[in-house]
Design a protein. Sequence first.
Length: 260
Amino acid sequence: MSLDDIKISQAIIESYNKKLRSALDVDVAIVGAGPAGMVCAYYLVRAGLKVVIFERKLSVGGGMWGGGIMFNEIVVQEKVKKILEEFGVTLRHYESDYYLADSIESVSSICAKTVQAGAKIFNLLSAEDVMVRRGRICGLVINWSAVEIANLHVDPVTMKAKFVVDATGHAAEVVRIAERKSGLKLKTKSGRIMGERSMWAEAGEETIVRNSKEVCSGLYVCGMCANAVFGAPRMGPIFGGMLLSGKKVAQELIKRLRKG
């Protein structure tokens, strides 16, 4: 049987078009396919919710791929074992409360399980604005990342979500847009982004879970974005808090969406 080049193109275009159209009206839109964003999506779709993730880069996984200083090993704590085991990640006990995992296996497993559970991940798509109606964030304005990189004047499109989650890490991209353009006051001490503080693993791991919450009406933060917004330390190549953060936000959103 011979292959038809046009049929290959047609299959890709038709399938992607259907997938993207389906992503224009969802329960939760997550920006950033790092570990926190993907874990959040996983638990949301497991609860039967419609979820989409937009990732501006070609690859998913955020900073987890590189482990610490490009040594592709990550550290997690005892309390996170169950989450990684649920994703099928192999853990090795180091000592006391410290466990090691291969960063490549971790990202690959989390991504595969999240997609297989039903989340849709769109790479190379960026959130360049938020949709605000009646004082609440209720969607995103999206465009191809290549448009931004090339500085092209190409208009974006909009999508609707009951809730938006900023999981863009240190940059806190969606919250910065909301702060600058939406007119909404953030639920921080200053009403604005507080800024990330210097690395302190213990404090960072503790505060990242506490700070993973709604930052303004309709917009949640999780992962390192939460500490950047609420002014807490970064934690370095220990990833337990990232995973717990994503799960916490998912659990809160499940409760709110089930209440209607």
